[in-house]
Structure formats: C-alpha cells, structure tokens
Design a protein around this ligand. Structure first.
Ligand code: NAD
Ligand code: GLY
Length: 366
C-alpha cells in the first residue's frame, strides 16, 4: 500500500494506492467525516462495487445513501447533476457530511462538481475505478459537467479530502478503457520523467496483463507526477497546461468524429503521436525518441493514425480549444524527453505534421 500527498496547504490530501485499498477501514475512516455518506456511482460500477462498500461502511457505523446514475459521458449534464442534488436534499444532507464518487472520470467530475456546489461545498472523496480516473481525473480537483456547446465548460476547482485507489477494481475494466488510461500514463513519461518512459517501454506487457505490481508502480508514479504539477499550479495559470500534451490534437479528433466515437484516451494517444512529430520538428526530441513514443502508443493498443481530414479541418477544430489564447492555438511540445513547455506554433508547421501523419497512417478509423 502506498500513500502520496497532494500538498496544497490546509487543503492537502492523501492518495492511497494499492490492491484492496477499498477494504481498508483505516483509509475510509480517515477520509470520511463522521456521520453520513452519499455514495454516488452509476449503473455499471454500482452493481460491481457499491453494495460491498456500502455494507462495509455500515459495519463501521457510517450511514450510507447510494445515489446511482445512468452510465455514460452523455449523462454529464445539468439534468443528471440535479438528480444528485435531489437526493442530497431529500435526505437532508449537511455540508459536514461526505459525498463519495465511486466510478470513472464521468462520475468523479460530476459528483465532484455536485460536492463543490451543494451548500457551497461539502466534504468530497474520490474512489476512482478506471485507469484514467486513477492516474488523472481523480487527482487535482478539476470538476465539471458538459454544456451542449462544449465539454467540461461548467465546473469548479474543488479538491477532494482523499483519493482511494484500489487497483483491484481494474480487473473488471474493458480492455479498450484500460488502453485509454494507459495513454495518460505514457503522457507523464513524455512530459515529466524520461526514466519512467523507459520503464513503461519495458513494462508495457506486464501492464497490459494487469500485473498488480506493475499497475501499482505505474499508478503511483503517475499520481506523484500529477500531484507535483497540481501543487505547483493548482489553477492552471502556467505549468499545469503541460498535462495537456497530445490533448489539443486529441480534442480535435474527439470533436470532429463526435464525442464517444474514439475514447478520450485513444484520441490523446494519437494526439501524442502528432505532438511528438511537432516536438521533433521544433528540435526538442530526436527522430529515434519520436519513434519510441509512436511505438509505445501502438503497443498500448492505441491508434497512431489520425482521421483522414484536410489539415484545415483540424486547425478549425483546434481553434475552439480551451487553451487557445486571443485566437492563437498553443501546443504542448517536448523540450526534451521528459520535459515539456507550451508554444504558439505557425499553422503551416501544424499542417505539415497532420499531412505527414495522414500519409503515413494505415487506417484512420474515421
Ligand atoms: P467513464 O467514467 O465513462 O468510464 C468508462 C466506462 O467504464 C464507463 O462505462 C464506466 O461505467 C465503466 N467503468 C468504470 N469503472 C469500471 C470498472 N472498474 N469496471 C468496469 N467498468 C467500469 O470514463 P473515464 O475514461 O474514466 O473518464 C472520462 C471522463 O473523465 C471524461 O468526462 C473527461 O472529461 C474526464 N476527465 C477529467 C479529468 C480531470 O482532471 N478532472 C481528466 C481527464 C478526464
Ligand atoms: N487532466 C489535466 C489536468 O488535470 O490538468
């Protein structure tokens, strides 16, 4: 069992990582306020894990109300957020009681936003059950719902009081979802830790086999790196933007194909392939390092060829990105392997990157 800390002054919190964390009384007792727990989950994760957790918490003298929402990114909206508030109100939950998010990034983001708003902020605990949520979305306090005109456009920075990462929950995760989470793990190696990247190259088969020791190492290092970035720049005024490596291209793919066609992590994987080429053209990484990124993304089971659209379509889609400033698109690029920065890049160069990726790609999936 590992414990990391996200250092944010009086809002600092622990991240517990390991097999069986969700069965540990000491982790839960430290995470929860005395009294009642609203356990927010969905109709996929709920039947797998919620009842066992609720029963165990009841044995430890917590009173638990399970709030089960339908599954899916399309539920990350006002209407479903309101279903959480309806239950909190109906059961007269108070600010000092705890809301627990049990699920992937959709539940974590939506329940976190509910916790941020309900009575101006109730205690909140993340229990992430997808690899993506365990290495990324549960840490750092970004909470949100989608608006019909934009993803994650309505939300708040609201840090949890604790994150409980039980690697056992990954046993039931679909292979495609697992690979999507690996994209974010690979991202940390590219932008912050070249040694970790090399370890991932050596350990990718063990990770795909969901070897518990390999998983714990990968999740722990990812959370450590994310915690460092969040501690340095909680509200993304600078450094935190590097966590979006591959995401500008990836968001264009997601938006252009229609959300849900490719998973977010799949689009990020392919986006990192494009961002690696861009980084090479800007002199940050060698051709060999660029190819290592492409190979690792492919070995993780992620697409490396983007949809075959004209570069102008990508540029248009990317102009709507949240990181565009005064109409200029900023890209996260590698200064070297394991170090990243943001940079405004001429659209001519982006066009070359996209055209080369399309020409060398076998199948676009579009
Ligand atoms: P998700 O929450 O939709 O989960 C993927 C699927 O796996 C769902 O069907 C879910 O019910 C199911 N699932 C979850 N845990 C499972 C388990 N243990 N076993 C079997 N099935 C399980 O998707 P996600 O990839 O976890 O998260 C994507 C969301 O996260 C997006 O909405 C994205 O915007 C958000 N996100 C937020 C941040 C952040 O910093 N807050 C970062 C990255 C992504
Ligand atoms: N997922 C990017 C961030 O948390 O900033």
């Amino acid at each position: 069992m590992k414990m990391l800390k996200v250092s944010l002054g009086d809002r600092s919190y622990p991240i517990w990582i390991g097999s069986g964390v969700n069965r540990l009384q000491s982790c839960w007792q430290e995470a929860l306020a005395p009294g009642r727990v609203a356990l927010v989950t969905n109709d996929c994760v709920g039947p797998l894990y919620a009842e066992a957790i609720a029963q165990q918490l009841r044995e430890w003298k917590f009173s638990v109300v399970v709030i089960q929402l339908p599954d899916g990114e399309q539920t990350k909206d006002w209407q479903h957020l309101n279903l959480i508030f309806d239950q909190l109100m109906a059961h007269r939950f108070e600010r000092g009681e705890t809301l627990v998010a049990l699920g992937g990034g959709v539940i974590g983001d939506m329940a976190g936003f509910a916790a941020a708003c309900y009575q101006r902020g109730m205690r909140f605990v993340q229990v992430p059950t997808t690899l993506l949520a365990q290495v990324d979305s549960s840490v750092g306090g970004k909470t949100a719902i989608n608006h019909p005109l934009g993803k994650n456009m309505i939300g708040a920075f609201y840090q949890p009081a604790a994150v409980l990462i039980d690697t056992d929950t990954l046993a039931t995760l679909a292979p495609r979802e697992f690979s999507a989470g690996l994209a974010e793990v690979i991202k940390y190696g590219c932008i912050l830790d070249a040694e970790f990247f090399s370890w991932l190259e050596q350990s990718i088969d063990a990770l795909l086999a969901r070897d518990p020791a390999a998983l714990t190492t990968a999740i722990t290092r990812s959370c450590e790196l994310k915690a460092q970035v969040v501690a340095a720049d909680e509200r993304e005024s600078g450094l935190r933007a590097i966590l979006n490596f591959g995401h500008t291209f990836g968001h264009a793919i997601e938006a252009g194909l229609g959300y849900g066609s490719w998973l977010h992590g799949e689009a990020v994987g392919c986006g990192m392939v494009l961002a690696a080429d861009l980084s090479h053209r800007l002199g940050g990484i060698t051709a060999e390092q660029q190819q290592r990124i492409v190979r690792l993304v492919a070995r993780a089971g992620l697409p490396v060829a983007p949809p075959k659209w004209p570069a102008a379509r990508y540029l248009d889609l990317m102009s709507h990105d949240k990181k565009a400033q005064s109409g200029r698109i900023r890209y996260v690029v590698l200064r070297s392997m394991g170090a990243a920065e943001t940079s405004a890049v001429e659209s001519e160069l982006i066009t070359k990157v996209i055209e080369k990726a399309i020409a060398s790609g076998s199948d676009s999936g579009a």
